[in-house]
Design a protein. Structure first.
Length: 283
């Protein structure tokens, strides 16, 4: 039987509506090459080519730049990713989006599929506001339908009447998590508890965790395997607005862990935890 702390983590990871990002490479920090972000499918390289961008980012090191090569409405493409889900569960999709020339705008949405990839239904889209400049957070909340086993997360560019080819949209920091977001984009992050990102993810190690924990107190970062066993305590110490912590991809005895799925958990002395799915890909 698992000890109580491990049981609590397992319950949090798989049953509670916490902010566990279910996407791989949601921050677009890892690329197979300059036009293919790891973990994502590029829908149409002719109508909406995707490229690594290091200049216009919401958080470093990279964002995904999508160019809309068609005019007017229709032919809306971008990047997508399948995620395992449970039927009848609330989910929230969010992403940060910026446009540069007024010829395209970003949009996010969710399509639901059975476990055998049979299509079930889709949510409506959340669109960027072309009247606003700079980065803006898009959010779409939905409940997975009966029979759903997969969600297809969509991050796309959209055209409108009169728009011309060549419109640029930047996407960064996509997040798909169980539960309903409780606050809007301008509410202080302290309401969510700590923030946690990792780069590269997927990666072969080492991994750099960025931890944000507001206010006084302490913060701890642990890595668990898929069975909920604690493999490594990466950090335990004072909280801070932004901490950078390096994990070698090893267990508490210094042995390198094999390829597979792991979970990083950041906890603070008060408030909820942050959970992040990791993928180690040993070469």
């Amino acid at each position: 039987m698992f000890p109580k702390p491990v049981l609590a983590v397992l319950c949090f990871l798989f049953f509670s509506p916490g902010r566990a990002n279910l996407l791989l490479n949601g921050d677009f920090s890892v690329w197979s090459d300059s036009i293919h972000p790891s973990g994502w499918t590029v829908e149409d390289t002719a109508k909406a080519p995707v490229a690594l961008d290091a200049d216009s980012v919401h958080s470093p090191p990279y964002s995904a730049r999508i160019t809309r090569m068609v005019s007017g409405t229709g032919d809306n493409c971008g990047v997508s990713q399948f995620v395992a889900v449970q039927p009848g569960q609330d989910y929230t999709l969010s992403a940060w989006c910026a446009g540069s020339d007024g010829q395209a705008r970003g949009g996010i949405g969710i399509s639901w599929f059975a476990s055998d990839t049979t299509y079930i239904s889709a949510t409506g889209m959340a669109y960027a506001d072309t009247a606003l400049s700079g980065w803006q957070r898009l959010e779409r909340y939905a409940t997975s339908p009966a029979g759903a086993g997969l969600a297809r997360v969509l991050l796309r560019v959209y055209g409108f009447s009169g728009s011309q080819p060549g419109g640029l949209v930047y996407i960064d920091d996509a997040d798909f998590f169980p539960g309903c977001a409780l606050v809007g984009q301008d509410t202080p992050a302290v309401r969510y508890g700590p923030s946690l990102t990792a780069r590269p993810n997927p990666g072969s190690g080492p991994v750099t965790f960025s931890v944000g924990a507001h206010g006084p107190g302490s913060v701890r970062v642990d890595v668990y395997d898929i069975a909920g066993s604690l493999k490594s305590r990466v950090y335990s110490g004072p909280a801070g607005e932004r901490l950078e912590v390096v994990w070698r991809g090893a267990d508490s005895r210094g042995r390198l862990l094999p390829s597979g799925c792991y979970f990083a958990v950041a906890t603070v002395s008060r408030g909820p935890a942050a959970v992040l799915k990791l993928a180690l890909e040993r070469r």
